[in-house]
Design a protein around this ligand. Structure first.
Ligand code: CMP
Length: 143
């Protein structure tokens, strides 16, 4: 069973989209293993987005993600890493299909509502960056 890291970005939190977004993943059948509303420090943002450090939009990206709280979560399910990205839609909301989260709610690439890990390896790294082991639950569904 895979786990992935998903984060509602500051624009999604400010537009009261947390519930709608969590519901999409829950309705699809994924299991929420951990979640929290949190502020991201510059240090954490630079680690999380380290692969983009040389990109021209890096400062904008770090500035935006640290500007106000995000809603971070860990989801579990079969092939959840790639499936969650399909539910999110293309990175650029202007290219994301209607029916996807970014297609329905995103405005522009720098404010694209949501982030999701792009591989199983990234998911492991990002989960460890954002969550202590004790913050993640371990349980079997009985319903
Ligand atoms: P995310 O999935 O969080 O991963 C990296 C982020 O960089 C991406 O979503 C976008 O929000 C942002 N990004 C990617 N390309 C650009 C760009 N050309 N200009 C501004 N932001 C970008």
């Amino acid at each position: 069973m895979e786990q992935t890291f998903v984060m509602v970005k500051p624009d999604g939190v400010q537009r009261n989209l947390i519930g709608e977004i969590v519901q999409r993943f829950e309705k699809k059948g994924y299991t929420l293993k951990g979640a929290k509303l949190m502020s991201i420090s510059r240090e954490l943002a630079e680690k999380h987005y380290g692969e983009h450090k040389e990109k021209p939009f890096f400062e904008e990206l770090v500035g935006f993600i640290t500007s106000s709280p995000v809603f971070a979560m860990v989801l579990e399910g079969d092939k959840v890493v790639s499936s969650a990205r399909k539910l999110m839609g293309a990175t650029n909301p202007q290219e994301a299909a209607p029916g996807t989260i970014r297609g329905d709610y995103g405005v522009r690439i720098s404010m694209n509502v949501i982030h999701g890990s792009d591989s199983v390896e990234s998911a492991e790294r990002e989960i460890a960056l954002f969550f202590d082991r004790g913050e993640l639950t371990s349980y079997e569904k009985q319903v």
